[in-house]
Write a protein that binds this ligand. Sequence first.
Ligand SMILES: NC(=O)c1ccc[n+]([C@@H]2O[C@H](COP(=O)([O-])OP(=O)(O)OC[C@H]3O[C@@H](n4cnc5c(N)ncnc54)[C@H](OP(=O)(O)O)[C@@H]3O)[C@@H](O)[C@H]2O)c1
Length: 280
Amino acid sequence: MEKLKLSNNVEIPALGLGTYLLEPSDAQKSVETALKDGYSLIDTANAYCNETAVGRGIRNSGVGREDVFLSTKLWPTVYEDENAVDDTLRRLGVDYLDLLFIHQPAGNFIEGYRQLERAYKAGKIRSIGISNFHGEKLSRLLENAEIKPHVIQLEAHPYCTEDEIMEKLRPYGTRLMSWYPLGHGDSRLLNEEVFARLAEKYGKTPAQIILRWHTQMGFIVIPGSRNPEHIRDNRDIFDFVLTADEMDEIGKLNDNVRYYNATDESEERFATVELDFDRD
Ligand SMILES: NC(=O)c1ccc[n+]([C@@H]2O[C@H](COP(=O)([O-])OP(=O)(O)OC[C@H]3O[C@@H](n4cnc5c(N)ncnc54)[C@H](OP(=O)(O)O)[C@@H]3O)[C@@H](O)[C@H]2O)c1
């Protein structure tokens, strides 16, 4: 598994398993399968309401805590709750996190970010992330951040590489972690002719070509899956290298079109959405 370095020198695996929309039982199984198959990065969130199951999956896998890079996200309703980080640790059954994000640019996100900074200084989290920040809210966050974010999680795939946001973050060395890396399974993306052709050339699947493209772009990639075969396939992307011309050709698909488009209103609504994080 290839690793990348964050701006604070913490090493992060280039590929991991995402657990969005996985019901607790599926999340537990997928995490167990992935870790047994050689994954070492797992991404979850308070809002996925599966952290307890993810923690069980990690323990059942038999893989040591020190060999798992665990990332999760605080939901806006707990940005001002001083127990939010400890509650997250309790649900996952761990005493530190490798990466903790604030999930949405909603509510009192400055206070949410301060919680991350305090947890970082207290040794409860090894790196700090933000997710879905853009525009004026991103500027405000950066102006108020004593420790600049090590990672930003954004929707990113060959149709959208988030160049404007990443340009703004370039001075801080913030890494991009791609969500919806396979376009959330969109068949139009998976069936693009260029991926079929490269899949044939390298003896891989179109999904593997897309994931390899992410890692060669320097992105951290976290495809989600409840299918053990896909989980295995998605890991097997480090035994070939796309050429510069092939990377350029894939780059031509980019027209900065996202599948999910938030508005200020829809974002702010997140601050009022109460979820049962302890569901399982
Ligand atoms: N920060 C945020 O706001 C945010 C938002 C969304 C997602 N995320 C994170 O990003 C992760 C990834 O996003 P996602 O899971 O929604 O989208 P995704 O990884 O782009 O796509 C997942 C879909 O692709 C399919 N798939 C996976 N591997 C495949 C393969 N090898 N061949 C064909 N199809 C394949 C999966 O189906 P199968 O189950 O059948 O494999 C699933 O339907 C999430 O799990 C979550 O951790 C973060």
